[in-house]
Ligand binder design. Structure first.
Ligand code: 9D3
Length: 256
């Protein structure tokens, strides 16, 4: 998969993409990340990428000409791939959205700065706006890195094993079970006995139960009754002795 990233701060990408999973995916030719400095497509003496807003008000707006020139220069006119604007007004990046976008052979990713980009860029160049959450950042660079990493992890071979992200918690629809490592006792806090006895059937059952418990307690919104099976129903009945399980959910899963 090929990413063309358009930014006025290409340098902030280097340390992160040259680390760990993304770096290995680049080396193994699973992803290609091309960084483009929007300033290189300016034509004026001062290499201006922003200007004051028509109609007044504070702040600066990214000018359309360098953005159109950059994206069309790299991705073609019209662009031959989706053009994504990282924007606080975009739709939220989710596992589903990441999976969908990871099917594309190529994406252009625009990073806004200042108050935003000229609306004509959004209307006539951008095909999709994506946000990474409801909090204010200073620009689209960190969100672009988040997008690139989330998509790269989903590409076959990127995690070094062919099954890739199958085990990832958002793929399974539940949060992950708790993890422990040595020592078996730390400050008097013991690792659950079941993990030490080597009975893998029992361990898997315990892990599934803990994953259900956590998801019920921390992310009830993630629970999809349709994705739970008969053994999950048994685990839920056991869990109902420990925590409150919404009657709604019990009804749905008992009904089949
Ligand atoms: C101070 C200006 N803001 C008014 C409330 C609007 C605004 C414009 C530009 C807020 C943030 C930004 C810069 N942020 C992004 O470009 C951005 C972003 C984000 O801030 N949060 C979550 N996802 C994203 S994707 C791009």
């Amino acid at each position: 998969m090929r990413f063309d990233v358009f930014t006025i701060f290409p340098d902030v990408f280097h340390p992160y993409i040259n680390t760990s999973i993304i770096q290995r995916a680049i080396t193994n030719q699973i992803v290609q990340i091309n960084l483009h400095n929007i300033r290189d497509w300016t034509t004026d003496k001062h290499h201006t990428t922003d200007d004051t807003p028509f109609g007044g008000g504070g702040g600066m707006v990214m000018k359309p000409e360098p953005l159109f020139a950059a994206v069309e220069g790299v991705a073609g006119n019209p662009p031959e791939c989706p053009v994504i604007l990282m924007s606080p007004q975009g739709s939220l990046l989710t596992f589903q959205k990441a999976k969908e976008l990871s099917q594309q052979p190529r994406l252009a990713v625009l990073c806004g700065r200042y108050e935003g980009v000229d609306e004509r860029v959004i209307e006539h160049l951008v095909t999709e706006e994506i946000s990474i959450g409801d909090y204010v950042l200073s620009g689209g660079e960190l969100p672009a890195l988040v997008l690139i990493e989330a998509l790269t992890r989903l590409l076959p071979g990127a995690l070094g094993d062919p099954d890739g992200a199958h085990d990832d918690s958002f793929a399974s629809g539940l949060l992950e079970y708790p993890h422990y490592t040595r020592p078996a006792e730390y400050r008097g806090w013991k690792v659950p006995e079941v993990l030490l006895n080597g009975n893998h059937k029992e361990i898997n059952r315990w892990r599934r139960k803990q994953a259900l418990k956590r998801t019920l307690l921390k992310r009830l919104d993630m629970i999809d009754a349709a994705a739970l099976d008969k053994q999950d129903l048994k685990l839920l009945i056991e869990l109902s002795e420990e925590i409150l399980i919404p009657a709604e959910l019990m009804k749905k899963i008992k009904g089949r």
